[in-house]
Design a protein around this ligand. Structure first.
Ligand code: RB5
Length: 147
């Protein structure tokens, strides 16, 4: 499974810790689209890069880290085909896959410890979309892009 991952300076340490976790777990091909240090930068740049990788099919899922996860999710959701969720608990990590078919996970380094973030990542990547009535709603959600 290919995963595109990115952060701004405020999410850099969390991105590195998630990368290390996924490398230890194994089975993932990671494309790190930056940023590559803690120098102040602009989160929309990295949100767009990761969102484009997912929207084009180059990556199956995206992971974005910033201070809160919120700015990244707002930006990623501007890209057609993206369903990004800012997640800070385990229940929501599963629910957004099961019900929303989320394809980008956004997390905040200032709101999450690395242990909880790793658990959220595992749940997000291993939970399947339930389809059925949720597919109808996801189709309606995506139709909003063309209105
Ligand atoms: C950077 O200071 C911070 O605003 C950014 O990482 C993010 O939290 C925005 O939503």
């Amino acid at each position: 499974m290919k995963i595109a991952i990115g952060s701004d300076h405020a999410g850099f340490a969390l991105k590195e810790s998630v990368k290390k976790h996924l490398e230890e777990v194994g089975g993932f091909e990671l494309a790190d689209l930056g940023t590559y240090d803690t120098k102040s930068c602009h989160y929309p740049v990295f949100a767009e890069a990761v969102a484009n990788a997912v929207a084009s099919g180059e990556a199956q899922f995206g992971i974005l880290c910033c201070g809160t996860g919120i700015g990244m999710s707002m930006c990623a959701n501007k890209v057609k085909g993206i369903r990004a969720a800012a997640v800070s608990d385990c229940f929501t990590a599963e629910a957004t896959r099961m019900h929303n078919d989320a394809n980008v996970l956004c997390m905040g380094e200032r709101t999450l410890g690395p242990g909880l973030a790793n658990r959220i990542v595992d749940l997000f990547l291993h939970t399947s979309f339930e389809g059925g009535r949720h597919q109808t709603r996801v189709d309606m959600m995506m139709a909003l892009e063309n209105k």
